[in-house]
Design a protein around this ligand. Structure first.
Ligand code: ZN
Length: 421
């Protein structure tokens, strides 16, 4: 990897913060809007929010790592004082008001939308929804933990875990930029409810705050349920979900159609495809409109590493959707179906796991909810900075892990942040 030009070294975090202040008024609007439930706070809430934002930007990975860097000149200038102890950071975050953090994310969304940085994909606003488990433990648990019984031989053990449902926007790219993946919100799954119920609570809140942010939700097979489809239809939104054979009547109906009608040939990326596309199916009467089932049988050739021979791989995809024909043709619907997986592989995995967002910084329901919202906040700002502000020649060939390592170095070297770009 080439080294960075002299003027770009150890200035990334400084520039990221200057960008956040200039575009989003980070300190004065977003940070200032967050409160907590302490009666007589000794440490200002703003210091906690700013410290945790840096914890995520530099991907320090733990509150102890943040505490170890506490005396850096960086923090003296950024916070006006050293970072408080790991203990205090955890304790105050457990008392933070999640609504203030969500409103901060909304401010970022509004500014980016106004700056035309979150354009629709060919006239459609796309969102993807998914559930994630943040940790699992046999020992540590809290009142908000979900639990399950695992059997091994004759022994049974109770495992505790937390799970959230996250909604992410997948806008197109602004010309000359990479697209900004925007994490809109998440909702913790409660004891005794299933993931779809959690998702409906999330969507209820999101649709009130962002009524026009998206037109269609992409989701896994778990969400191919009538309550989920009807909920979105009633609010003027479309759904595209993976279809499995547990949706028995619809699946059998679709399979009969595949046998009765020939496919059409198509192409997705470099893969040759056979497509079946049947709108107007009535075999899922619990959903308030007829649904459309799309199947894509895809063939691609890969070179085997072992012997250098070409191997042909075939995959078979099945989706159920409310997206209409012909305004969303088969090729577009197939691409959307795949986009859900691209996001699983590149998007959620990096954003939720690569950012240490699934780490339990403090085992308390409210702390877990707020740390994840703080990760979304930091991540959205970084995404915007990365896509819209970093020059392509500086960005290219360098992973996001590279930038976070550079930011850690800045903190340890005590490079002071700047409020002006
Ligand atoms: Zn817990």
């Amino acid at each position: 990897m080439e080294t960075l030009p002299q003027q770009e070294r150890l200035t990334t975090l400084r520039r990221l913060i200057a960008y956040a202040e200039k575009i989003f008024q980070f300190s004065d609007t977003i940070v200032a809007g967050v409160v907590d439930r302490r009666r007589k706070p000794r440490i200002p809430t703003a210091r906690i929010v700013q410290s945790v934002a840096v914890l995520f930007w530099a991907r320090l990975g733990s509150l102890n790592a943040l505490e170890l860097a506490a005396n850096s000149r960086f923090f003296q200038r950024w916070l006006g004082q050293p970072v408080c102890s790991a203990d205090s950071l955890g304790r105050v975050t457990a008392l933070l008001d999640a609504a203030g953090l969500r409103s901060g994310i909304h401010t970022i969304y509004q500014r980016l939308k106004r700056n035309k940085a979150l354009p629709d994909q060919a006239g459609l606003g796309i969102a993807v929804l998914d559930g994630h488990e943040s940790h699992a433990s046999y020992r540590r648990h809290c009142s908000g933990c979900l639990q399950r019984t695992l059997r091994s031989g004759h022994t049974e053990r109770t495992q505790y875990y937390h799970r959230q449902v996250t909604l992410m926007l997948l806008p197109a790219a602004r010309p000359g930029c990479v697209p900004v993946r925007f994490l809109l919100d998440h909702e913790p799954q409660r004891v005794g409810e299933d993931e779809v119920a959690t998702a409906l609570r999330l969507l209820q809140r999101v649709l009130a705050a962002y009524p026009r942010a998206f037109d269609v939700v992409l989701a896994d097979a778990l969400y191919a349920t009538a309550p989920f489809f009807n909920f979105l239809l009633a609010r003027g939104k479309h759904v595209l979900a993976v279809l499995k054979d547990d949706r028995r009547n619809l699946h059998q109906d679709a399979v009969a159609q595949f046998a009765a009608f020939p496919p059409v040939e198509g192409c997705f990326r470099s893969r040759k495809c056979l497509w079946w596309d049947f709108p107007g199916l009535l075999s899922w009467p619990q959903v308030k409109v007829p649904v459309r089932v799309i199947r894509s049988q895809e063939t691609r050739t890969v070179r085997r590493q072992l012997d250098g021979q070409d191997e042909t791989l075939t995959s078979d995809w099945l989706w159920v959707t409310t997206l209409p024909q012909p305004s969303v043709p088969t090729a577009r619907a197939v691409a959307l179906g795949h986009q859900r997986w691209d996001i699983e592989n590149q998007g959620f995995n990096e954003l939720v796991h690569g950012w240490h967002a699934d780490h339990i910084y403090k085992h308390d329901s409210n702390a877990i909810e707020c740390f994840l919202l703080l990760a979304f906040l930091a991540c959205n700002i970084f995404q915007a900075f990365f896509a819209l502000n970093l020059k392509p020649q500086i960005r290219s060939g360098r992973t996001r892990a590279f930038w976070s390592a550079l930011m850690t170095a800045e903190i340890l070297a005590g490079v002071p942040p700047s409020r002006s770009p």
